[in-house]
Write a protein that binds this ligand. Structure first.
Ligand code: AMP
Length: 218
């Protein structure tokens, strides 16, 4: 059963892998007060803990394929039952297929879809240089956003952030996820759903400023 009140509305952050969704989600979550729900983070946590779900998802993630819809929908339905989700949430990396979006429309009200646009040729460069601080979750890039010297030694690289897997992830994005932008555009024409489209190629601050400006326009 959905736990959303009728007023509560959620935001979807949509874009290709490496578009900066995770980085921007942290900022949007702070400014809107909506908790960030990242299916990628939830899956990585399940893999690290070695749960049944994690063991099932692992192979898909490591080869750059999408995890089956049934697993994702189960995860999201459980997460939306938590009390902090009752005033709407910020979805990061979900939905990624039409089936997920259809299910989401049954269990939650989405007011806004933020689409971050980044061309394919920039994505590979962004992802293979990406590093994460396991202590804070902060995301850096060896060239575009170097970490402070004192924490460089503890940074880790996601297992699926290598060139070969990135190509599969991009492929999955184009085949299964990109069609959702048309799906949501169609929905916005016959409902009050708002679509915000931003250029994801600027600096982190420039992109977050564009998102903030667009979100403020009512
Ligand atoms: P992300 O951290 O969002 O880039 O996700 C990492 C990996 O987790 C993806 O390449 C997929 O294998 C899996 N994943 C995350 N979210 C989803 C989703 N909504 N649907 C299917 N697979 C997902």
């Amino acid at each position: 059963m959905p736990t959303f009140s009728s007023q509560a509305s959620s935001i979807i952050l949509f874009g290709p892998p490496g578009a900066g969704k995770g980085t921007q989600a942290v900022k949007i979550s702070q400014s809107t007060g909506k908790p960030q729900i990242s299916t990628g983070d939830m899956l990585r946590e399940a893999v690290n803990r070695g749960t049944d779900l994690g063991n099932e998802a692992k192979g898909y993630m490591e080869s750059g394929q999408l995890v089956p819809d049934s697993i994702i929908i189960g995860l999201i339905s459980e997460r939306l039952k938590q009390p902090d989700a009752s005033d709407g949430v910020l979805f990061d990396g979900f939905p990624r297929t039409i089936a997920q979006a259809e299910e989401l429309s049954r269990i939650a009200k989405v007011s806004t879809v933020i689409m971050i646009q980044v061309p394919d040729e920039d994505i590979v460069k962004r992802i293979v240089g990406r590093r994460m601080d396991p202590e804070t979750g902060d995301i850096f890039h060896v060239k575009f956003r170097p970490a402070p010297e004192e924490i460089v030694a503890r940074l880790i690289q996601r297992k699926d952030d290598n060139e070969e897997t990135v190509r599969s992830r991009l492929n999955a994005y184009h085949q299964q996820t990109k069609p959702l932008s048309e799906w949501y555009s169609g929905l916005s024409e016959r409902s009050d759903l708002r679509i915000i489209s931003v250029d994801g190629r600027g600096s982190i601050v420039q992109v977050s400023e564009s998102i903030r400006r667009e979100l403020e326009v009512s």
